[in-house]
Design a protein around this ligand. Structure first.
Ligand code: ATP
Ligand code: ZN
Ligand code: MG
Length: 302
């Protein structure tokens, strides 16, 4: 039997097993690939004048509730709960742990939930500022994101990083932004020697009503994915996504253009672990042996 990519990643030390599917430590070399790829992203996006912001991997629960995430993706969400009791509660907590009972059942929800996508904390932040400036808004984000989708596919992690650019403006402005990044995505991946295809896609909306939302998203070409082989050539993995939200987020959050019109928004996301994994799957686990042109693009010294 062939060893799986995940086992080879563990054996090489690039990923570190924590005992939980989709929750991995990463070696210095793995992190360095991500850092170098992000620098390549910067060379494409850096001149556009995006405002850089970095949020922690947890977001304001009230903002999360407003986002409607629990309507669409309840199965993926992660909340932060804490012990909020007194000394007696503490004693029963410890007793419960002693007998391996469910000690978490009395934990209380905090004001923090885990960020599901890098752009979620952005919309309320920008809305609070008032109307967008003339020419709209462009933002550069990166965050750890949580999704409860345990899997033995190394490319489907529960805590992973997303680099995003988010554009707010007129329909024409944000759809042009999205097309620009689809072109750039193809060019960047070709430069690092990865085979890519782009296809229309949909989000995993929950339940029966969700199926209709997913069909609608596809029919209207609202989401595209850039796919690269990681664990399978027949079923390549989405390593970037290009999302047009129409004016849905603008209306929800009260994002308005300079003239008062509701803003349209679009975001493009790079799955940073997935891109690193695609590079390892394509060029091998030994970075020193990667093709010279790929090493050069990523700035490795020979
Ligand atoms: P998939 O269809 O594979 O579940 P997605 O449609 O959920 O992906 P998005 O919600 O568009 O992905 O997220 C943006 C990017 O984040 C994806 O293109 C992908 O590269 C990355 N990503 C999404 N989910 C994961 C995950 N579980 N582990 C690692 N990277 C992920
Ligand atoms: Zn986004
Ligand atoms: Mg998904």
């Amino acid at each position: 039997m062939q060893t799986s990519l995940l086992d080879r990643l563990f054996d090489s030390g690039l990923l570190i097993d924590t005992g939980v599917e989709g929750l991995y430590g990463r070696s210095g070399a793995f992190e360095d690939v991500i850092a170098r790829f992000e620098r390549l992203v910067d060379t494409y996006g850096g001149a556009d004048g995006a405002e850089a912001m970095r949020f922690p991997p947890g977001m304001n629960r009230a903002h999360f509730e407003t986002s409607g995430y629990m309507k669409s993706f309840p199965q993926l969400a992660g909340t932060v709960h804490s012990f909020c009791g007194g000394e007696l509660d503490h004693m029963s907590l410890l007793q419960c742990m002693e007998v391996e009972g469910d000690w978490t059942k009395d934990q209380k929800a905090t004001d923090i939930v885990l960020t599901p996508a890098a752009c979620y904390p952005l919309y309320p932040t920008i809305a609070k500022r008032g109307r967008l400036p003339a020419g709209g808004g462009l933002y550069d984000l990166q965050s750890y994101c949580f999704r409860h989708e345990p899997s033995n596919d190394p490319a489907r992690q529960q805590l992973f990083r997303m680099r995003e650019y988010v554009c707010m403006g007129t329909q024409e402005h944000v759809t042009t932004f999205r097309q620009t990044w689809m072109d750039r995505g193809l060019e960047m991946m070709a430069k690092v020697g990865l085979d890519v295809t782009i296809d229309v896609a949909n989000d995993p909306f929950f339940g029966r009503a969700g199926r209709m939302l997913a069909n609608n998203q596809r029919d209207q070409n609202l989401k595209f994915e850039l796919l690269i082989p990681v664990t399978s050539t027949a079923k390549p993995t989405a390593c970037m996504s290009f999302n047009y939200h129409q004016d849905a987020f603008g209306a929800k959050w009260g994002l308005n253009l300079e003239n008062g019109d509701v803003a349209h928004t679009a975001c493009v996301g790079f799955g940073l672990e997935r891109i690193a994994l695609a590079l390892f799957a394509r060029h091998g686990l030994d970075i020193a042996a990667w093709p010279t042109d790929v090493r050069n693009v990523l700035g490795y010294q020979d």
